[in-house]
Ligand binder design. Structure first.
Ligand code: GDP
Length: 178
């Protein structure tokens, strides 16, 4: 199987759809319709001398999405958790998304499953009073196993490729293990 399923979770408005659109289509828009339900975008990559298809699933991050449950989470090879560095609440809610994923994906060994943490909208960081420090994010990752951590801007296309490439590599390694 060369299809890797990556799911993107996090609060509404943190930039999940923008990150996916920047990564897959190299496009950014200021205004987005809130994602209705769940949807996925695909991107082909060459890794380890083989072509793999990344299937990236995105949601609106709203509570009502819970009804999608099983099909959304089923067969995920990697989970990207996104917060907005300017919105501390979106960082606090990560715990919920992390636990929800572990539960819904029915992970038996969560510390072995690849998660990637993305702190998005770093282009807005300066000038804002309360931001989530990278140190805090790193501590969060370290205390939950070995979670990779990226600071990105979907708007300025900063570090977006690196974060998704890392997710793809971890997903591939995870799949090969199974
Ligand atoms: P989602 O609900 O998590 O999918 O978030 P969206 O992708 O719909 O983004 C919410 C809003 O934040 C939109 O108005 C985006 O244009 C904006 N946005 C997303 N990423 C960035 C970013 O990196 N920097 C800035 N300044 N705005 C962003």
């Amino acid at each position: 199987r060369s299809l890797l399923k990556v799911i993107v979770l996090g609060d509404c408005g943190v930039g999940k759809t923008s990150l996916v659109n920047q990564y897959v289509f190299k496009k950014f828009r200021e205004q987005y319709k809130a994602t209705i339900g769940a949807d996925f975008s695909t991107k082909e990559l060459e890794m380890d001398e083989r072509v793999v298809t990344l299937q990236i699933w995105d949601t609106a991050g709203q509570e009502r999405f819970h009804s999608l449950g099983v099909a959304f989470y089923r067969g995920a090879d990697c989970c990207i958790l996104v917060y907005d560095v300017n919105v501390p609440k979106s960082f606090e809610t990560l715990q919920h998304w992390h636990e929800e994923f572990i539960k819904q994906a029915d992970l038996t060994e969560p510390e072995k499953f690849p998660f990637v943490l993305i702190g998005n909208k770093v282009d807005l960081e300066y000038g804002s009073i309360e931001t989530v420090s990278e140190k805090k994010a790193k501590e969060w990752c370290a205390s939950r196993g070995n979670i990779q951590n990226f600071m990105t801007s979907a708007k300025e296309d900063y570090n977006v490729d690196a974060a998704f490439l890392c997710a793809a590599q971890l997903a591939l390694a995870n799949e090969d293990d199974q």
